[in-house]
Design a binder for this molecule. Structure first.
Ligand code: MRU
Length: 346
């Protein structure tokens, strides 16, 4: 996607360096962050310099690539095993990490060259799958539609195009008149900071709404459909996504509003039978009690926004049961969130 007229992906390789858009500084500063080593790449995933299931999956593939480049043939598999463990443990909920590392590790058992091409393929396929999700998802969007989305499931989160935002871009590009309600998505505000920035760059009409305003707008018949991304979809269709998604799905069901999950098939985990088995990442309480923004001197500043001394809890994701989901938009088409449809897809 374009930033000030120049094409960017959210993450890419330059020789042996993993380059990524520094998402913690957006929308205030646009900066490219460079990771020279596997440790630096893992740090960038953990601290969310790069984030979103697809982009961290690509980062995982590129981290394996860095390991291949720095290994001899005789220690290659051993080093890749260790790198996989390190990468997979950076963020436990998104399955795209282990999807990527597993793919590269299995390929390395065949040949070094195959492993290298697989590492690149993870990121490239992710971008192409985002494009196709856009094409399929656009069929759901009528001219004049008002769409709500949660967190950032745009091109920043999926290498290019996006998952939930891809159909929105496709609809907008095809001339449909649409409006996007962007949940701010506390505590890290991926909606208010990243989705709003992406939509602004692309010229898509939108407004940021407080997290707790979704049900209000649904009750006022202001929302025609909701599209969110996913970090892991269990074999039965239960879906882990950014904290707050579950509440939106419950409200959407109550008001009879179609609720779609958009995700590439690399986010579907056939080894996890249902959502109860998905590990939910717990992050630091400072993400809840502090806020980062620009001060009057245009400097990035952290300020405390909660009662000093109070404890805070910070689950990063929740699980929406399949029965609240209308459909899953994948690169292969739109399916029902059920074991039968998911198995057919594979
Ligand atoms: O904690 P984050 O910002 O990485 O969470 C991102 C989300 O929850 C997205 O909705 C999800 O990764 C799907 S976008 C590919």
């Amino acid at each position: 996607m374009k930033v000030n007229g120049q094409h960017f992906r959210a993450i890419w390789m330059e020789k042996e360096i993993v380059c990524m858009i520094e998402q913690n500084k957006l929308p205030f500063e646009f900066e490219v962050h460079r990771c020279k080593t596997l440790d630096e790449t893992c740090f960038a995933i953990k601290t969310m310099i790069t984030r979103g299931a697809g982009s961290i999956g690509a980062a995982g593939g590129y981290g394996m690539l860095q390991t291949i480049y720095s290994s001899d043939q005789n220690n290659l598999l051993n080093n890749l095993h260790k790198a996989k463990q390190k990468i997979d443990s950076t963020r436990p909920t998104a399955v795209n990490l282990s999807y990527a590392t597993n793919r590269v590790l299995q390929a390395a058992k065949v040949s070094r060259d195959f492993a290298i091409s697989e590492a690149f393929a993870v990121g490239d396929e992710c971008a192409e799958h985002g494009r196709l999700i856009g094409v399929h998802g656009n069929e759901l969007i009528k001219n004049g539609a008002n769409i709500e989305t949660h967190c950032n499931a745009g091109w920043l989160a999926l290498v290019d195009y996006g998952s939930a935002l891809a159909p929105i871009y496709e609809a907008f590009n095809s001339g449909k008149n649409i409006f996007v309600y962007v949940d701010e998505t506390r505590p890290r505000s991926q909606g208010a900071r990243l989705t709003a920035w992406e939509l602004n760059q692309h010229g898509v009409p939108h407004a940021i709404i407080p997290d707790n305003a979704g049900a209000h707008y649904m009750s006022q018949k202001k929302i025609d459909l909701m599209i969110v991304g996913a970090d892991r979809i269990a074999a039965n269709g239960d879906t882990a996504n950014k904290i707050g998604t579950l509440e939106k799905a419950i409200a959407a069901k109550y008001y009879n509003i179609p609720f779609y999950v958009a995700a590439p098939t690399s986010t579907i985990d056939l080894n996890t039978s249902d959502g109860n088995l998905i590990q939910i990442e717990e992050r630091g309480e400072e993400e809840v009690t502090f806020f980062t923004g620009l001060n009057n001197n245009s400097e990035l500043t952290e300020i405390q926004i909660a009662s000093p001394g109070s404890k805070a809890l910070n689950p990063a994701f929740d699980v929406t049961p399949a029965n609240l989901i209308t459909g899953i938009i994948t690169e292969k088409g739109i399916i029902k969130p059920s074991l039968e449809s998911i198995k057919k897809l594979f």
